[in-house]
Design a protein around this ligand. Structure first.
Ligand code: ATP
Ligand code: MG
Length: 424
């Protein structure tokens, strides 16, 4: 017997009992984004490898060890996108969407990173991302954060996520700070772990978010990035804090929040949940004013974020907030007898015309009363409609509540839509 072929490790099927929750989350995200006047953009899943190297940065975790890169048949080096920002900027430049104008965009889809699969971390995962272009002030930073806050509210998880923000200053300020930080770290090199020693040379700011307690202890005395800020960087960050305060959005300033991608400057932020363990960041973003130019466009300020949908799904499941979404059928139709089986479906098509939002599942494959009711119960429907040959002859239908105690009743077929409207 041949062996079953399995899916690739870290790449998940989304099974029928899970898709309703995904669809609900996706619908809320789309609705919230469009309520702020954002448009959808769809980019290819494969891009030139060079795009990610040039944007995310050669010495980041993603480019160093997480990308799915391969040569295609022409010998071009291609990569399955590990994130959406680079592709979005590439598309914006390519189609002239960015120069001298503003854009508010969103996208949603699969991303690929060769990481060690674990809870909340997969090799194919999904992000909802927002990217805005052409706006340099803290007003738009606050807007994208407000949008995420509204999403948590609509998903019912506002009290399960907290916001951390930080500023990385300008590139010049960061360069000056980098020197001071490296000087400081060199003095304490013996206390650093191997990972931090490596990062000290390649990407020293990333040492700041080391999870190693011994490293964290040393960092208490490290120079502070904010001490290197000029007036403009301070004004930008204060402007953001002021707006978040006015919006009533609570946040914590975390001076060690640096993010793993090279292109960020000024504002960075993360939404974190404590309900998922180690993989607690559900949304991360920030400003990347240099990226458009770095990828060949005209200088264009930009800010955006990406949300990890698997982590949101996990969070909603952990909190038991997935129950509603799981119900996919409102009404189950039990048909008893030859006449009912043939004519029932046509009657239900009329009902679908009248109530397009009601989800109706027909019994298929016959079966006695008891067997069909078992299936009705399993479908999760609220209501069963019974069509027997007697009902068909009399133009009637019997309605039975499946989830509560109520008398079943038989009504005229032409009153059915009205009746369902009141009970559902
Ligand atoms: P982490 O610190 O968890 O590795 P990251 O900094 O690499 O995250 P980003 O590149 O900023 O993450 O991606 C934004 C969001 O996408 C993350 O906050 C997370 O919710 C989600 N995400 C990132 N990588 C994965 C993954 N491998 N599996 C599932 N979700 C992911
Ligand atoms: Mg990562």
């Amino acid at each position: 017997m041949s062996k079953n072929i399995q899916a690739i490790r870290g790449m998940n099927d989304c099974l029928p009992q899970q898709t309703p929750l995904w669809q609900k989350i996706e619908a809320v995200l789309r609705d919230v984004a469009s309520s702020y006047g954002y448009s959808e953009i769809r980019m290819p899943i494969v891009e030139m490898t060079e795009l990610f190297k040039r944007s995310i940065g050669e010495v980041t975790d993603i480019v160093e060890k997480e990308m799915y890169t391969f040569d295609d048949r022409n010998g071009d080096s291609l990569t399955l996108r590990p994130e959406g920002t680079a592709s979005c900027v590439r598309a914006g430049n390519q189609h002239g969407l960015l120069y001298n104008q503003t854009q508010r965009l969103w996208y949603m889809g699969p991303m690929f990173r060769h990481e060690r699969p674990q809870k909340g971390r997969y090799r194919q995962f999904h992000q909802f991302g927002v990217e805005t272009f052409g706006m340099h002030g803290p007003d738009i930073d606050a807007e994208v954060i407000a949008m995420t806050a509204r999403f948590w509210q609509k998903a019912g998880i506002s009290d399960k996520v907290r916001l951390e923000i930080n500023s990385l200053g300008s590139n010049e300020e960061r360069a000056a700070y980098r020197e001071a930080l490296v000087a400081f770290l060199s003095k304490h090199e013996s206390a650093l772990d191997d990972d931090c020693k490596r990062r000290m040379l390649s990407n020293p700011l990333r040492v700041l978010d080391s999870k190693n307690p011994q490293v964290q202890a040393i960092l208490t005395d490290a120079p502070k990035l904010s001490d290197y800020f000029g007036e403009q960087s301070n004004a930008h960050f204060n402007g953001l804090c002021e707006r978040l305060d006015a919006l009533g959005i609570q946040y914590q300033v975390n001076s060690r929040l640096v993010r793993g991608l090279d292109y960020y400057n000024h504002t960075v932020f993360e939404w974190i949940t404590d309900s998922l363990g180690a993989q607690g960041t559900v949304c991360a973003g920030g400003r990347y004013d240099g990226l458009v130019e770095q990828l060949g466009g005209k200088p264009t300020p930009a800010v955006g974020f990406a949300m990890g949908l698997e982590r949101l799904v996990l969070l909603l499941e952990t909190l038991g907030l997935d129950k509603d979404a799981r119900r996919i059928v409102d009404v189950y139709v039990v048909m008893l007898g030859q006449q009912a089986e043939v004519k029932g479906p046509a009657l239900i098509e009329k009902l679908r015309d009248q109530l397009p939002d009601v989800r109706v599942q027909l019994n298929c494959g016959g079966g006695n009363f008891k067997k069909q009711f078992k299936k009705a119960d399993k479908s999760g429907a609220q209501i069963a409609l019974v069509l027997g040959d007697d009902e068909i002859t009399a133009n009637q239908v019997t309605i039975k509540a499946l989830r509560e105690q109520a008398e079943q009743k038989t009504i005229a077929l032409d009153k059915l839509a009205e009746e369902l409207n009141t009970v559902l």
